[in-house]
Design a binder for this molecule. Sequence first.
Ligand SMILES: CC(C)(COP(=O)(O)OP(=O)(O)OC[C@H]1O[C@@H](n2cnc3c(N)ncnc32)[C@H](O)[C@@H]1OP(=O)(O)O)[C@@H](O)C(=O)NCCC(=O)NCCSC(=O)C[C@@H](O)CCCCCCCCCCCCC(=O)O
Length: 719
Amino acid sequence: MAAFARVSGSVGLITLQNPPVNALSAAVRQGIVDSVQRALREPEVKCVVICGQNGIFCGGADIREFSGPMSGPPLIPMIHSIEVAAKPVVAAIEGSALGGGLEIALGCHYRIAHSKTRLGLPEVTLGLLPAAGGSQRLPRLIGVPAALDLITTGRHVTAAEALQLGMVDQVTDRNVTDVAVKFALSVVGKPLDARRISMHSCPHSPDLDELFERTMQHVRQRARGAIAPVACVQAVRAAATLPYAQGMEKERELMATLFTSGQARALQYCFFAQRAIGRWSMPSGARWDTSKPRPVHKTAVIGLGTMGRGIAVTLAQAGFPVIAVENHEKQLMAAKQAISGMLERGAKRRGVTPVLNKITYSRDIQSVANADLVIEAVFEDMALKEKVFQQLSAICKPGALLCTNTSGLNIDHLASQVRNPELVVGMHFFAPAHVMKLLEVVYGPRSSSEALATAMAVGKKIGKVSVAVGNCQGFVGNRMLEHYVEQALFLLEEGATPELVDQALEEFGFAMGVFRMSDLSGLDIGWRVRKGKGLAVPDPTTGQTARVQQGRRYSPVADLICEQGRFGQKTGQGWYQYNTPGSRVGKPDPWVHNFLKDYRARHGLVARRIDHQEVLERCLYSMINEGFRILEDGIAAGPEDIDVIYVFGYSWPRHRGGPMFYAHMVGLPKVLERLEHYHQAHPDVPSLQPCNLLRKLVANGSPPIQKWKEVMKKINSRL
Ligand SMILES: CC(C)(COP(=O)(O)OP(=O)(O)OC[C@H]1O[C@@H](n2cnc3c(N)ncnc32)[C@H](O)[C@@H]1OP(=O)(O)O)[C@@H](O)C(=O)NCCC(=O)NCCSC(=O)C[C@@H](O)CCCCCCCCCCCCC(=O)O
C-alpha cells in the first residue's frame, strides 16, 4: 500500500495509498519500508520523493490499529531509515500531514507543501503524544515555544504558518509532487547532515525553565484531569534538555503510559463517535446515504432574542443569506446592533471581512416567503410557537423546511399546526448559538427523511456537530440532564453543600459543577419550566411546595432559592454569592448554608456526611440510566449519539468519552449494582431504578459499547 515508481529518470517516487486519508496501517508501513530500501538500492535512483494519493499526504497512524495487537514494521525505525538515507528525501505534502504523517515528513530532508495543506501533531486529542519522534524533532526544527504550542494543543497550522515557523521549506500553488520532484533533482549531491533534524539541538530559547513551568501550569488548568497534555510538555522538555537518543527514550516511556490508558481509549472512541453520528438513521429505516437533502439557498430566522441572534450570525458566517425577523421595532434595532457587533468581532478574530450584508432585517413575517429554510427562535412558549408555525404555514413557499429552535417542546405538536408536517424538524441550538458546536436535530414521527437530511446538511455547513434524535420531552441532552440536576438537589437535602457537589463534579472533569453552571445560565429558567409542568407550585393549604409530587420525590430547594430573587450571576446571588450582579467569581454563601439547615430542620431531614463518590454515582449513574432508557425508546440511534451530545453540549470531559462510554469503562454490572443500591435507599426516586436495557445488557454478558447496538437489535427482535 505504498507504490514505488521511478520518475524523471532518477527520482524514486513513493506514493502512500490507503484511502481515504492514507493512514499508516501495517501494510502502508511495510510498503514504505520496502520502497525506501528499493530506492536506496537502485543506483539509477538519485533522490526520493514521498507523497500521498488522492490529494492527501497522510492522516497519521491508523487509529483503528491501536485497539488490537500491533503488527508490521514500527514507525520509529522506518522514519530513522529515511533520515539517515544517503540520498535526499523530499516530502511532497498536500491536503493534510498529521500525526505520524507529519512525523514522516520531519524525517525527510526537505518538506514542500501545497498552499492549502494543513499540518499538525494532533495526538494529544487522542490521548497520546507524537511518539514517532515528533516530540523530539519538532522542537529541534521550530524551537521549543512553538513546538510546545502545537504539541500540547494539537492544533493544525496552515501551510503559510508552517513556512513562517520553519516547518516546511517551500509552499507552492502548483502540483506539489511535480515541484518536489524538480526540487529533489536540484539537491542531489548536496550534504545532508544539516538536513537531519535529529542531529540538531533545539534552537536557544531564553528562560526555558520558566516557560516549561508556565506551560505546565496552564496545561494542567485547561486539561481538567487529562494526562496527555501533561505528558506532551514532559516530552518536549526532554527534547530541550536531553540528547536525541535519551529524548526518544523519554518519548517512548511516556507513550507507553498513555497508549494503554482509559483516557486514550475514551478520546479515540470520541474521534470515531463524532464521525459515526453523520451516518444517521430513522426508525422508519431511512438513512443518511439514501436520503437526499433539499437545496437551501435562502434562510430566515424568526425572533431575535439571544438565541435568534446567535443563529443568524452562524448562518451568515457560513455564507447563507438570512432574513432576520423581529416584530418589535426596538428589539429589532437592538438585535441589528448586537448581530453586527458579533459579526465584526468574529471576522476580526478570523482575519476576514464581516458579512454584514448577508443579513436583511424585517419586522414583517411575510418577508420569509421565499426562504428555503426558516428557523423559528421565539420565546420558549408553546402558544407563541404554535402561532408562528400557523403563520409560516400560510406564508412560506411550498417545500420550505420549517424548523423550531426549542430545548424540549413537542415537535410533533408544532408539526400538527402546519399544512406540511413532514417538513417540520427541531433544531436545538445551545447558547451561545454562534459559539457552541452542538446541534440536536430533532425529527418527529411525521418528519420526512428529506427534511432531516436537509437540516443535518445545513448543520454540517454551519460547522455544527449535528446529532439526529427523536422527539421526546427534553430530547436527549436535557432529558438526561434533568436526572443529574434532580440528584444534586436531593443531595443538598440530605446534607451536601453546593460547593461539595460542584467540587466532586469538577474534579471528575466538568468545566463547572451543576450549581456553578446553574448560576451562570440563570436559575429562573428552570424555575419557569418547573412551574410550566405544575411542579414548583405551593400547596394552597400548607403554603409549601410538596416534597412528593406526581407520586415521586420532588425537591423544592431550587424553587425556594428563586423565590428569594436569587437567580444566579445576573442577580449577584444564587447557589453562590458574587461581589456584584454579573460578576463571574462565586464564593460559598453562608446564607445558602443556613437556608439549607433551616430547610432540613423544617422537613425533619437529618444531614449526613456525603462523599464525592456518592455525588458522582448518584448524579452520573441516574443520568446514564436515562441514557439507556433513551436507547431503549429509540430516541438516540446508539450510545455514540448520546456521548457526542454530552461532550459537545454539556462540557462532559472528553477524556472520559461521554456518559455511555463512561458506563462501559466503569463496567455495566457495577453501574447496575450501584443503581440498585441507591434505588433501595430511595424507592421514591424512579430515575434510580435500573432500566430494562441496562439489565438486559448485563444479562447478555455486558458486551463492549461497540456491540450494544447488536444486543439492542437482538433484544428488540425478540420482543
Ligand atoms: C485527516 C483528516 C483531517 C481528514 O478529515 P476529513 O473531514 O476529510 O475526513 P474524516 O475525518 O471524516 O475521515 C475520513 C475517514 O477516515 C478515518 N480516519 C481519519 N484519520 C484516520 C486515522 N489516522 N486512522 C484511521 N482512520 C482514520 C475517519 O475515521 C473516517 O472514517 P469513518 O469510517 O470513521 O467515517 C481527519 O480525518 C483527521 O483529523 N484525522 C485524524 C488525524 C490524527 O489525529 N492523526 C494522528 C493519529 S495518531 C498518530 O499518528 C500517532 C503517531 O505519533 C505515531 C505513534 C507511534 C505509535 C506506536 C505505538 C507505540 C505503542 C506503545 C506501546 C508501548 C508499550 C511498551 O513499550 O511496552
